[in-house]
Design a protein around this ligand. Structure first.
Ligand SMILES: [Zn+2]
Ligand SMILES: [Zn+2]
Length: 408
């Protein structure tokens, strides 16, 4: 049975509107888009025109032939997508503002509440063709690629979502920062100070991890999100530190993770594992996460001290609340604040003359070097204070990030 498209008393008025503003079958049917199901707008339009005893005109007052261009728009979208791999996509469009004005006028005159905007129909119909012809799924919430058709210019703009790769890295050498660090003098242009590299350091964990991933993905650029960061002169050992590499505008989204890990490992400076796809949501979670860390430190004391005294001092630190003002070395970039932290575990693993090896597990955010040196009284108590000597960290390694013990 054919659906009822309008109330009985509306027929005369509709006929009058459509005689003055003759519409194609699709534009007619779109006025009743929310009536019944299983029909296309063109089918509804045919029905409505027959009942009103009207014909579809050569030139539609509303779309002026735009609806017939849908297959062409689909071809444009498919051509634009061809060099961009994705599983999901979404079609959007920009329409002639005059057309949208006419649409408003038509809605007002027709006085119906069952219409659908032409924009929705163009997006949907173009999307249907693309979905049928390419092996990709139309998706509204988080499409990997959005193709926006400018219907006046016959041009397609692609919005490409970044690619996120999760992993853990180990930094086996001292002296490289976690992320690419631009030269302070030239800000990346290249100058005498940086030897024309534009960078403060030859390389970074980010650059080493990104190189092969970028080659495969053919992206525009990258950024590196770490779950915290270690000092430049500290190694990052154990199971490594969780990170997410973000690649902007990737052409390829399925990467060979094993090849990436092999390439990184060959540098001898960094290793990665546990690589897998990730998401922007996970970046937010990663950045907001805090957890304990374990360290190994090599410490030089200003004079020889007995193992017993050192052990007593370590026990005293474990029993204390450690109050730390922002260290002098980072005060130029962080507000001067006070934080209270706890040393959870600590033991002396070696002592030779004035050099001491310590293993410490501390709460997130503890400043380790200052816990040892005291930072001229800014951290209290400190190993130096308790021992009554001065003490300096010679080497620092992060042995473990205890991220599994917070969220099970
Ligand atoms: Zn039309
Ligand atoms: Zn420079």
């Amino acid at each position: 049975m054919e659906p009822k498209l309008w109330e009985k008393d509306e027929g005369t008025r509709l006929r009058k509107v459509l005689r003055a503003k003759p519409l194609c079958r699709s534009c007619t049917g779109r006025l009743f888009a929310r009536v019944g199901t299983g029909l296309t707008n063109a089918e509804r339009g045919s029905m409505a025109l027959a009942r009103l005893k009207l014909r579809s005109p050569n030139v539609c007052w509303l779309c002026q032939g735009l609806v017939d261009e849908v297959p062409k728009f689909a071809d444009l979208v498919m051509a634009a997508l061809s060099d961009w791999q994705s599983e999901t996509f979404l079609v959007g469009c920009r329409l002639d503002p005059d057309l949208l004005d006419r649409e408003e006028i038509l809605w007002a005159e027709a006085g119906l509440r069952t219409y659908e905007p032409i924009k929705a129909e163009v997006n949907r119909e173009v999307g249907k063709i693309v979905e049928a012809q390419l092996d990709r799924r139309a998706e509204f919430s988080n499409p990997e690629v959005t193709a926006v058709v400018d219907t006046l210019l016959d041009h397609v703009d692609l919005q490409v979502s970044p690619l996120f790769i999760y992993g853990r890295y180990r930094k086996l050498v001292r002296g490289i920062p976690q992320t690419k660090w631009l030269c302070r003098t030239c800000r990346g242009i290249g100058c005498e100070r940086c030897g024309n590299t534009g960078k403060m350091y030859e390389t970074s964990v980010e650059e080493i991890v990104a190189e092969e991933a970028m080659r495969q993905a053919r992206g525009d650029g990258h950024s590196f999100h770490g779950m915290g960061r270690e000092d430049i002169d500290a190694r990052m050992l154990g199971r490594g530190r969780p990170f997410i590499l973000e690649i902007t505008r990737p052409h390829t989204r399925t990467l060979d993770y094993k090849a990436i890990a092999r390439h990184v490992g060959r540098t001898g400076m960094v290793e990665v594992d546990a690589l897998r796809p990730s998401s922007r949501d996970e970046v937010v979670g990663l950045k907001g996460r805090v957890c304990d860390k374990s360290y190994r430190m090599l410490v030089r004391l200003s004079r020889k001290t007995s193992l017993q005294k050192v052990n007593e001092a370590v026990e005293a630190l474990k029993a204390s609340k450690i109050v730390q003002r922002t260290p002098a070395r980072v005060a130029h970039r962080r507000a001067d604040k006070e934080r209270v932290r706890q040393v959870l575990q600590a033991e002396t693993t070696a002592l030779r003359d004035d050099v001491l090896e310590l293993r410490v597990r501390a709460e997130a955010g503890t400043y380790l070097k200052e816990l040892i040196s005291g930072d001229e009284g800014r951290t209290r108590p400190s190993l130096a204070e308790v021992l009554g000597t001065s003490a300096e960290v010679l080497e620092l390694d992060v042995l473990e990030i205890h991220d599994e013990e917070i969220h099970g």
